[in-house]
Design a protein around this ligand. Structure first.
Ligand code: NAD
Length: 314
């Protein structure tokens, strides 16, 4: 079977985690004609508004709030006069706990939860409990060990698993890194590559299962060097963004604009991943957590998704 027809075979997909990347990936898949289940993890705490409204954690509106708000956000962010919004109807929001069995009816499951190995391992164990052979499973990890994510899973599941690392925002960024683990079936790697290239219009680069793969290993290092230089030369956020933005042909992705888009919490996990897995002292030092980013994270100013990062979202 040719690559194009392998790609066309994915009709029903599921995305687990409806944060910055999960919601964006779900929208991109739906826009390519797939029906998409967008599942989040049930919240374990109520917001002040929910407490005031007398809601409980069992309330459907509370349990689905992340997925629903992500879909609503997508719907309202697309001006109807300019875009065809029919694709939104192809996204069904839900939560992993209640809708887990629905994963058995999908052709491709993408995990996009927080960048923590323990959380991803737990989610993948739950996925395996309903998974049926033939369904491809991939992780959107920024660079955790693909092999470690499926440690303890069955051989058949491992053969169907790899990483498909989309970039932010998934709709616009062309690159996807496809990263097989040692147990991944080459046919699954080929099918994931075909879907990303032929259905989703991406340019695929095959990467090895090394810390942060290729793009993030280089990209995060570049960010850390820039932040260190900012401190050394006493520059402001605005000055760094003026120097690393339009002047370098990056009108929307200057250093700190980019950081706000990515999310400081996610970036810190990505930095930790290289430092903790490296046995090279120089690299460990280069990937130390910058104190300024750590201070902002403690304030909860983690970027656009929180309404405030280096910039306030208007
Ligand atoms: P996010 O913080 O926006 O969303 C994280 C999701 O994980 C949310 O849906 C949240 O409900 C869920 N989650 C959080 N804690 C959890 C827990 N303890 N148990 C289960 N689920 C939990 O993060 P994101 O930026 O969408 O990142 C998701 C994945 O995509 C990560 O692996 C990240 O490294 C990767 N990624 C991020 C970017 C980026 O620019 N943000 C780019 C490429 C890849």
């Amino acid at each position: 079977m040719g690559a194009a027809s392998q790609g066309a075979q994915v009709r029903r997909a599921a995305v687990i985690g409806s944060g910055v990347m999960g919601a964006g990936i779900a929208a991109h898949l739906a826009n390519a004609g797939m029906s998409v289940l967008l599942l989040d993890i049930p919240p374990s705490a109520l917001t002040d508004g929910e407490i005031k409204a007398g809601r409980t954690l069992e309330d459907a509106a509370v349990r689905n709030r992340l997925s629903i708000s992500a879909v609503q956000k997508l719907a309202s962010s697309q001006p109807p006069a300019l875009y065809d919004t029919a694709f939104i109807q192809r996204i069904t929001p839900g939560n992993l706990e209640d809708d887990l069995p629905k994963l058995a009816q999908t052709d491709w499951i993408i995990e996009a939860v927080v960048e923590r190995l323990d959380v991803k391992q737990d989610v993948l164990a739950r996925v395996e409990s309903v998974w049926r052979p033939g369904t491809m499973v991939s992780s959107n990890t920024s660079g955790l060990s693909v092999a470690a994510m499926v440690e303890g899973r069955g051989e058949a599941f491992k053969r169907h698993f790899a990483a498909t690392h989309f970039f932010n925002p998934p709709r616009h960024m062309k690159l996807v890194e496809v990263v097989p683990a040692p147990d991944t079936d080459p046919d699954i790697t080929a099918r994931l590559t075909a879907v990303c290239e032929w259905r989703l219009g991406k340019g695929v680069v095959r990467a090895k299962d090394t810390p942060n793969f290729i793009a993030n290993r280089i990209g995060t290092y570049g960010m850390l060097v820039t932040i260190a230089a900012m401190r050394r030369f006493g520059l402001t956020v605005d000055e760094v963004d003026a120097l690393t933005g339009p002047a370098m042909g990056r009108p929307k992705t200057a250093t700190f604009r980019m950081l706000d888009l990515v999310g400081l919490d996610t970036l810190l996990h990505v930095i930790d991943n290289v430092r903790e897995r490296s046995d090279n002292k120089e690299e460990q030092e280069a990937f130390a957590r910058p104190p300024d980013l750590e201070a902002l994270r403690k304030l909860g100013w983690i970027g656009e998704k929180a309404g405030q990062g280096f910039y306030r979202k208007i």
